[in-house]
Ligand binder design. Structure first.
Ligand code: ATP
Ligand code: MG
Length: 916
C-alpha cells in the first residue's frame, strides 16, 4: 500500500511541476521619463501602454523624474535594483544622466533611449523623431510658401536637449539653399515663456514685414500667434509649429482654427520603443538607430488627418474593448484551465485507484480461490475424519454394550471381596484399586454411549412432571455417606417443600450427579458442599414465568479463570487439577442435557475458594411442545414411586444402616431370582442370600410356577430371557389378583428409557440398569420391602384406597376396596368368616389370608376388625348416637369388646374420643 501511495504522490508532483513550468515568463521593462508635464509626453506613455496590449509577456513600470536629473538617477537605480530586464530612458539632461545609463548598459541590461540621445555609444537602441529632418521640412515649407524670399523668426526650445540642437541645425542648414530667406532672429525660450511674446512684439515693431515664424513646438507657436494678433501689423506671417498633437488644444486643432499655418508631427516613439524592447528581449534582430519621420499638417490636409485621427480613435476604442474581452476570456480560460487541470488530476487519481482496486480485486480473487480450494479440501478431510470418528464411536458403542455385563461381574464380586473383613490389607488395597478403575470404566462407557446418541440425534428427551425437591433430596441423601466419610458439611437448602417441574428424570439425574461428584472430587476434607434450590423469575423475558434455580456450591480448589471458558468442552480437564477419576465428559454431557430442557448451566469460581455451578430450568410446559405419547409415558413414570439409588463411588465400606435394618427384620423374606445367565444369577444370589431366602428361576415361565409354590415377597427379574421375558412375566403377575401385590424389580443391560417405561407400564415396581453394584441392588430390595411395611401402616388408618395411591397396583387397590365394601355390607353378620369373604372376592381362604397379610401385614380377621373400627370412628364423628348403639351398628358383639378393640387400635377409649 505504501508503494501505491508513493506512485500517486510522484504523479501529482510531476503534474504540478509541468503545470508551473508551462507558465509564461514575464519580462519587466522600466521606463524612466524625464518630465511629466506636456501632452506630448503623456501621449508617449499612452502609446506605450497601448502597444503593451499586444505583448502579454511584457510588463512596464514608469517613473517620473519631474525635470530633475538627481531624481532621475535615483529612479534609474531603483528600477535596476528591482530587477528589470530592460531600461527605456528619456534623459532629462545628458551630462548628469549619461554615466548612469552607461553603467546600466555595462551591467548587461539593454537600454533604449527615447526622444533624447546621449553622447556615448553605450546604449542598445535609440528611438525618436528625426529632428534634423523636421528642421529641414519646416525650412523647405516656409521657402515654398514665401517663394524663397522673406524674413523668418525662429523660436527655439531648450538648447540643452538633443532634439532642439538637431532641429535648429536642420532648419538653418536648409535655409542656406535659399539665399533670399533670412533668419533674422532666434528667440531663446530658456528663461521663460513670456520671452516669446515680448521678443516677438519687439521684432514686429522693428520689422513689420516678417514672413514666417518657426516655433519648436505648437505651444510656442500658439503664443507667437497671439502676440502677432495683438500687434498692429496687417499682414500676418506664416506660423509653423512642431508636435501636431491630436488632443484638444493640440497642434492639429490649432491648424484647423487657422491659429497656426502648419505643424510638423513629432512622433513620440512610445509604440516603437515597446516594439524594439520586445525584439531585444526576444532576441530578434532590430535597428540600433530608429528615426521616426515627420508629416507636415497644414490647411490642405488637416481635414483628412482629423478624420483619420477620428477613425483611429474609434479603432482604438474597439481595440481596447477587444483587449478587455481578451483579458476576460483569458481569465475565464485560466480558471477553466485550472478546472480542467483539477479534473484531469482527479480523473488520473481515479484511474490509478481503479487500477489498484482491480489489482487487489484480482489478488483477492486468487486468494479466495485458494481459500475455496482449501475449504473444499478441509471439508473432504473433515468428512473423512467425521466418518472415521463415527466408525470409531460406533465401534465403541457396540463394544460398550458387550462390556457392561462382564463389567458388572467384575465390579459386583469385587465389592463382595471388599466387604469381607478377613482380607489381608495389601489384597484389600489392590481390590480397592481394581474396583475404582472398573467403576470408572463403566462410567466412561455410559458417557460415551450418551454422546454417541446425542451425535446421532438418537438421544431422546423424555420429560415428565415430577416433584423436583424430593428428586434432589434423594440424590442428596445418596451422597450423605460419602460426605460423612470425607467429613464434608453437605447441606440441602430449598425455599420450596414441593415443586413440580417438567424434566427428564434420567438426564437431570446425571447432571446433578456429575456436579456433586465433581464437587466431592475437588473439595478437601472438612470442606463444605451445598445444594441450594429456589424458584425465581427469569432475568430476561422468556416464554415461561418462573424458573427453577439449582446451585451446587463447594468450598474446594476452584477453577482458574483462564480455564473456565473450556470447562464445558468435551474431554476437558483443568491442567494439574489432579483429577484422575474422570474423562472430562461429565460437564459437556450436562450442558447438552440441560439445553434439551431449554435450561442453562453455568459456572462461577474463585480459585482456591469456591465453585458455584448453577442450573436453571423452566417451570411449566410452555417451552416445549409436548408430544402426547410422551406425556402419557411421563404420567406412568410419574405415578410410580421411584426409589432411585445412586452409585456414589465410595471405598465400599459397610453400610451400617443396612445392617441395622437387616437386624430389625425378624423373619427372612423370600426373593425369587429370575435370570437366564448363570453367572449373573449366581452373583445376584451372592448379593442377597445373606439377608433373604433366595429362590431361583431361569426364565419367566419357570418363575410363574415358582410364584405359585413359593409365594415370594419380591421378585428380581432380568428382562431379556428365553421362553418368557421379564416384561411378559411382569404383565402376567401384575394382572393376576393372586400375585399382583408382589413387588418386581427388573434388571437389564439396556438402560434405555423406552424399556424402562415398558417395564413400568407392565407394572414393575422398580428398575435397575445393568451394571449395578451390590449395594445398589441391596438397597433397592430393602427399600421396596420397607415400602410394603409402610403401606401396611397406612392401611391401618385408611379403609378406602383412593385411585391416586401410587404405590399399589390397580388390582390390589380394587381388592382392598372390595374387601372394605363387603365388610361394611356385612357388618351385622356376626359369623362372617374369611371363607365367605374369599368366596365373595373369588379367592380361596388361604389365598385371601395370604394376600391380605402381604398387602396389609394383618390377618384377615384383624383386617375385618380394623374396617369395623374405622366405621365406628366415622359414626362417632357424624351420627351423634351412643357408644353402645354404635358398637352394635359397627358389628361388634358387645360394647365392652368394642371399647377394648378401639382403645388398642387408636390409643383412646371411644367415649373419650366422642368427648373430643
Ligand atoms: P467425568 O465427569 O467425565 O467423569 P470430569 O469430572 O473430569 O470427568 P467434568 O465433569 O466435565 O469432567 O469436569 C471437567 C473438569 O472441570 C474437571 O476435570 C475439573 O478439572 C473441572 N471441574 C469441574 N467441576 C469442578 C469443581 N467443582 N471444582 C474444581 N474443578 C472442577
Ligand atoms: Mg465430572
Amino acid at each position: 500500500m505504501i508503494n501505491y501511495f508513493k506512485i500517486i504522490l510522484t504523479v501529482l508532483f510531476v503534474l504540478f511541476a509541468t503545470k508551473f513550468s508551462l507558465a509564461k515568463e514575464i519580462y519587466r521593462i522600466g521606463f524612466s521619463q524625464c518630465a511629466q508635464h506636456g501632452e506630448w509626453r503623456k501621449n508617449m506613455e499612452a502609446e506605450m501602454e497601448r502597444e503593451l496590449m499586444f505583448h502579454n509577456d511584457l510588463s512596464l513600470t514608469i517613473k517620473q523624474a519631474y525635470d530633475d536629473s538627481k531624481l532621475q538617477i535615483q529612479q534609474i537605480n531603483e528600477l535596476v535594483n528591482s530587477g528589470i530586464d530592460l531600461l527605456i530612458v528619456s534623459p532629462y539632461q545628458i551630462g548628469p544622466i549619461q554615466p548612469v545609463i552607461e553603467e546600466v548598459y555595462q551591467k548587461g541590461i539593454p537600454v533604449i533611449l527615447i526622444d533624447r540621445k546621449i553622447n556615448s555609444e553605450y546604449y542598445t537602441a535609440y528611438v525618436g523623431g528625426d529632428n534634423y529632418e523636421i528642421g529641414k521640412v519646416a525650412a523647405t515649407y516656409i521657402a515654398n510658401k514665401l517663394n524663397n524670399k522673406g524674413k523668418i523668426v525662429e523660436i527655439l526650445g531648450a538648447q540643452i536637449s538633443s532634439p532642439a540642437i538637431e532641429r535648429t541645425l536642420g532648419f538653418n542648414e536648409t535655409l542656406k539653399n535659399f539665399p533670399n530667406l533670412h533668419n533674422i532672429s532666434k528667440i531663446d525660450t530658456e528663461e521663460s515663456l513670456e520671452v516669446i511674446s515680448d521678443s516677438l512684439t519687439a521684432i514686429l515693431e522693428r520689422d513689420p514685414d516678417i514672413g514666417a515664424v518657426f516655433a519648436f513646438n505648437d505651444d510656442y507657436a500658439n503664443i507667437a500667434s497671439k502676440a502677432i494678433s495683438n500687434s498692429a501689423i496687417t499682414k500676418s506671417p506664416l506660423i509653423v509649429g512642431i508636435d501636431g498633437l491630436p488632443n484638444p488644444g493640440g497642434g492639429i486643432e490649432l491648424v484647423e482654427k487657422g491659429v497656426l499655418t502648419a505643424t510638423l508631427i513629432y512622433p513620440t516613439g512610445g509604440k516603437e520603443a515597446i516594439e524594439i524592447a520586445s525584439k531585444i528581449l526576444h532576441q530578434e534582430s532590430f535597428e540600433k538607430e530608429n528615426l521616426l519621420s515627420t508629416t507636415l499638417i497644414d490647411f490642405s490636409n488637416v481635414d483628412i488627418l482629423r478624420k483619420q485621427i477620428h477613425k483611429t480613435n474609434l479603432l482604438q476604442t474597439d481595440i481596447t474593448k477587444s483587449q478587455d474581452m481578451l483579458i476576460n476570456l483569458g481569465e475565464k480560460y485560466k480558471s477553466q484551465q485550472l478546472w480542467l487541470f483539477s479534473i484531469t488530476i482527479t480523473f488520473l487519481l481515479v484511474i490509478i485507484l481503479l487500477v489498484l482496486l482491480f489489482r487487489s480485486f484480482k489478488t483477492l480473487k486468487v486468494a479466495n480461490k485458494n481459500l475455496e480450494r482449501q475449504k473444499d479440501e478441509l471439508e473432504l478431510l473433515s468428512k473423512k475424519l467425521e466418518k472415521a470418528t463415527q466408525e470409531k464411536l460406533k465401534f465403541f458403542t457396540n463394544i460398550s454394550h458387550e462390556f457392561r455385563t462382564p463389567l458388572t461381574l467384575i465390579v459386583g464380586p469385587l465389592q463382595d471381596l471388599l466387604h469381607s473383613s478377613n482380607l489381608p490389607s495389601d489384597v484389600h488395597q489392590k481390590a480397592v484399586l481394581m474396583h475404582k478403575n472398573a467403576h470408572r470404566l463403566l462410567q466412561m462407557i455410559n458417557q460415551l454411549m450418551d454422546f454417541r446418541k446425542i451425535e446421532n440425534a438418537q438421544m431422546q428427551f423424555q420429560p415428565g412432571n415430577f416433584d423436583v425437591i424430593s428428586f434432589l433430596k434423594e440424590i442428596h441423601e445418596s451422597f450423605q455417606a460419602l460426605a460423612e466419610k470425607k467429613r464434608i458439611n453437605f447441606t440441602f437448602d430449598s425455599t420450596e417443600t414441593e415443586l413440580k417441574v417438567w424434566f427428564d428424570w434420567d438426564k437431570l439425574d446425571k447432571v446433578i450427579f456429575n456436579l456433586l461428584s465433581n464437587a466431592f472430587k475437588f473439595t478437601p476434607e472438612n470442606g463444605a458442599i451445598q445444594i441450594k434450590v429456589k424458584k425465581d423469575k427469569p432475568v430476561v423475558k422468556t416464554l415461561w414465568e418462573d424458573e427453577l434455580v439449582i446451585k451446587v456450591i463447594d468450598s474446594g480448589k476452584g477453577i482458574p479463570a483462564k480455564y473456565i471458558s473450556h470447562i464445558f468442552d468435551r474431554f476437558y480437564q483443568v491442567e494439574h487439577s489432579g483429577s484422575k477419576k474422570g474423562t472430562g465428559l461429565g460437564l459437556a454431557l450436562s450442558k447438552e442435557f440441560i439445553e434439551m430442557h431449554r435450561g442453562k448451566i453455568f459456572v462461577e469460581s474463585k480459585e482456591g475458594k469456591e465453585t458455584i455451578f448453577t442450573v436453571k430450568l423452566p417451570i411449566g410446559d410452555s417451552h416445549f411442545n409436548m408430544d402426547s405419547n410422551l406425556l402419557e409415558a411421563s404420567k406412568i413414570l410419574e405415578s410410580r414411586n421411584h426409589i432411585e439409588n445412586y452409585e456414589v463411588y465410595s471405598d465400599a465400606e459397610h453400610d451400617e444402616k443396612d445392617a441395622e435394618i437387616e437386624n430389625v427384620t425378624t423373619e427372612k423374606k423370600v426373593i425369587l431370582l429370575v435370570e437366564d445367565d448363570n453367572d449373573v444369577r449366581l452373583y445376584i444370589k451372592e448379593c442377597l442370600k445373606e439377608n433373604y431366602v433366595i429362590h431361583e428361576a431361569v426364565n419367566g415361565k419357570d418363575a410363574l410356577t415358582s410364584v405359585e409354590e413359593d409365594e415370594p415377597d419380591l421378585i428380581v427379574s432380568d428382562i431379556m430371557m428365553p421362553e418368557m421375558d421379564g416384561l411378559e412375566l411382569t404383565h402376567q403377575l401384575k394382572n393376576d389378583l393372586k400375585t399382583c401385590h408382589i413387588p418386581i424389580i427388573l434388571l437389564t443391560a439396556k438402560s434405555t428409557l423406552e424399556q424402562r417405561l415398558e417395564g413400568l407400564e407392565e407394572g414393575a415396581d422398580s428398575y435397575i440398569p445393568k451394571p449395578f453394584s451390590r449395594e445398589h441392588l441391596q438397597i433397592r430390595v430393602r427399600k421396596l420391602l420397607e415400602l410394603r411395611n409402610k403401606i401396611h401402616e397406612r392401611y391401618k388408618s385408611q379403609y378406602f384406597i383412593d385411585d391416586e395411591q401410587g404405590d399399589l397396583s390397580r388390582l390390589d387397590k380394587q381388592f382392598l376396596n372390595k374387601i372394605s365394601k363387603i365388610v361394611k355390607e356385612n357388618l351385622q353378620k356376626e359369623e362372617f368368616t374369611v371363607e365367605e369373604l374369599g368366596e365373595l372376592i373369588g379367592l380361596s381362604r388361604v389365598q385371601t389370608y395370604r394376600k391380605l397379610k402381604k398387602l396389609t401385614g394383618m390377618s384377615a380377621s384383624e383386617y375385618v376388625r380394623l374396617i369395623k373400627l374405622k366405621v365406628s370412628l366415622e359414626l362417632i364423628k357424624t351420627s351423634g348416637k351412643s357408644i353402645s348403639e354404635i358398637s352394635y351398628e359397627a358389628g361388634f358383639s358387645s360394647p365392652s369388646y368394642f371399647a377394648q378393640c378401639f382403645k388398642k387400635q387408636f390409643g383412646i377409649s371411644p367415649s373419650d374420643y366422642a368427648k373430643k
